[in-house]
Design a protein. Sequence first.
Length: 397
Amino acid sequence: MKKASSAKALCSIVSAGCAVYGKRDGFSGRELFNEALDELFLNCPKLEKKDVNALYVGQSFEIFEHQANTPTGFSNNYGLPNIPSVRVETISSSGASSLRQGMLGVLSGTFDVVLCGAVEKMTTLETPDVSEVLSMGSDRPFEAWNGCTLPALNALVAREHMRRFGTTEEQLALVAVKNHRNGFENPKAFLRKIVTVKDVLESRKVCTPLKLLDCSPIADGASCLAICKPEMARMYTDSPVEIIGTAQASDCDVVFRDELVGFKTTRIAAKKALEMAGQNIFDMDLVEVHDAFTINEIVAYEDLGMCAKGDGGKLIESGETKIDGSIPVNPSGGLKSKGHPIASSGIGQAYEVFNQLGEGATKIAPSRRVKDAKSAMTHSMGGAGLDVSVHIFRASK
């Protein structure tokens, strides 16, 4: 039986916004960020620009638009002048890290209201060039120099998981099938396309056993949250979403680790965040996990404690992680269907949680709405387990 948490709220989310993910030709990263901010302020009329004390922006790579120091440009362009505007970077968990840094600013007593956002404009480059940029997230001398791209590193994880536990390519494909089904009803998602196991298995090979439909798509996107001190939340909205747990962990590069079939960072961050919230994984009504590759979701099941090590393939087969299952995973469609604008994904997960737990639930298609959701977790991973942030959320009482 799921238990409600009595933990003290650390911060409250009072509004959220997200640009439509995809190939956004003609839109700059700044314009995508403005799109997310527009939704955020539109959905919270009582929140004014003058209330904002600071801006934290997750961004992984400036090379896509040849533009550094973006947060300052974002804040001043949007009419938020003279506030601290800081970039945060932990590769693909940069958005989640921006949320954590914003929370620390509020918890320290320095700020009352903070905007935590993230953006990535990736489609300015062709796919081979994007792959070259993303390889910067791997260890240069030992991994990238020897051709070990992120798909290759995750393929190693998949191959070893299959060897040790009998995980099958069909089980990997089921992750894509589930997440595409969820993303089909998400207007923010890039790949709103139903796929079958056969479609996944017959898609172009990327790095055996991973195929094209096992991999999240290159995308443009931005997302943003407004967080504040819990005691101030009702000034802005009648249905804030509380953050009651947060943790972050880092690890050495894959080539130096003693395990391939799991990520220590996930286990550490999840344990700390859940303990802070006074809950366990089975108290969660929904979980948004990092599924840049289908194997990531299966391994996340195990590292988060949803099942025993090696049973992730069986769990996806059971149907328990579907919308109507006991612990729905990636109702947004995940990175796999929604898209993976590198830095934006972590805040995009929190955007989904905010809507599922708050008033935004009425705007979510019934087919992907988690019934009576009161608690949630987000799990965002930078690189192949190099950095992981986990946050625990609770609907306001």
